[in-house]
Design a protein around this ligand. Structure first.
Ligand code: EAX
Length: 323
């Protein structure tokens, strides 16, 4: 009911990319805080776009789930009631099934492998694959590696997850992974997670260091186990309805601004990852460096479970074969 209401309100308010005094205003909704590198890179994207377009285009950013959860923002894009969003690939996989490859645990060997895939033909194929779902994939933002954090129980091996309620995104691959490792997966939106952890609805969650730190989840969770199970990127998307309404010139300006924003965010990300780990340590969080192979062995069967899905399995193999 609440979702429907939000949808109706936004369909009414936002029928398309707004134009005032011949300036095109692109509305961009996302769930992260303004202190996050992704948000900062979006602010940068707006400044580049204003310059490139000679003031004819600009981006208005709505952070912190102001316009809804990641799933709701994607739905708004599909009907053309919101212009742009940034979601985790974990949320996007519900809309564009091949995106699931990013959520498969321990598929990427390391950061460099993940960058080669994202910046190469596989990354491009997966981005363009979202278009038939009215979502124009523009680019990937770096979101590093995701790891478990818990309130009371220290996780040294997958066995320690036994019976623990772990928050996951609305994502089948995340759900399957936590289940395969022995935990009890509980889907909750990012914005509701702090309270859920505090009230004991869940015993822990999993995310990258900046999200753990900037969302202040470390105030509640005192153990962070760097098993780095997934290298799940963030994805910047636009409504195809809006993209199609732009002229070639406008698309060119926007593409340039996106490109520069991505470069900026990668720089900011590296710094922010380190700063976040230092900050949580300083705040008393115990960082655990586990034997990753214990986690990868136990969750390996997930990759094999996609053997029947020819298209997805082909992506898995292409990724494995990427240097
Ligand atoms: O998109 O929901 C999540 O855990 C995501 O990683 C986060 O909001 C970034």
């Amino acid at each position: 009911m609440r979702n429907l209401l939000i949808l109706l309100i936004f369909s009414f308010l936002f029928t398309s990319c707004q134009e005032s005094e011949n300036i095109k205003i692109i509305r961009l909704g996302h769930g992260l805080s303004t202190t996050h590198s992704v948000h900062q890179a979006m602010v940068y994207m707006d400044s580049v776009l204003r310059v490139k377009s000679n003031g004819k285009m600009k981006i208005q950013i709505y952070p912190s789930e102001q316009l809804g959860t990641e799933r709701q923002c994607l739905e708004l894009l599909q009907i053309g009631s919101l212009d742009m969003t940034k979601v985790s690939a974990g949320s996007l996989e519900n809309f564009s099934p091949n995106i699931k490859v990013f959520g498969l645990p321990f598929l990427f060997r390391d950061r460099q492998h993940s960058y080669s895939v994202l910046d190469g033909p596989i990354g491009r194929d997966l981005l363009s694959g979202t278009e038939k779902y009215w979502l124009k994939g523009l680019a990937y933002y770096d979101a590093g590696a995701r790891s478990f954090y818990t309130k009371e129980k220290k996780i040294n091996s997958p066995e320690d997850l036994d019976g623990l309620k772990i928050r996951v995104m609305e994502s089948k691959t995340a759900f399957d992974m936590v289940k395969a490792l022995g935990g009890s997966p509980t889907p909750i939106s990012f914005g509701e997670l702090y309270t859920s952890l505090q009230q004991g609805v869940v015993d822990g969650a999993e995310n990258n260091p900046p999200s753990f730190y900037l969302s202040r989840h470390y105030e509640v969770c005192k153990y962070y186990t760097l098993d780095e199970h997934t290298l799940l990127p963030d994805v910047l998307l636009m409504s195809t309805h809006i993209w199609d309404s732009f002229s070639d010139k406008e698309r060119g300006w926007l593409s340039q601004a996106v490109k520069e924003s991505i470069i900026e965010q990668r720089k900011l990300w590296t710094k922010s990852e380190k700063q976040s780990l230092d900050a949580v340590k300083k705040a008393g969080v115990e960082i655990i460096i586990p034997d990753k192979t214990l986690f990868s062995k136990k969750s390996k069967k997930i990759l094999e479970s996609y053997k029947e899905d020819e298209v997805l399995y082909d992506f898995i193999n292409r990724i494995k074969n990427t240097k």
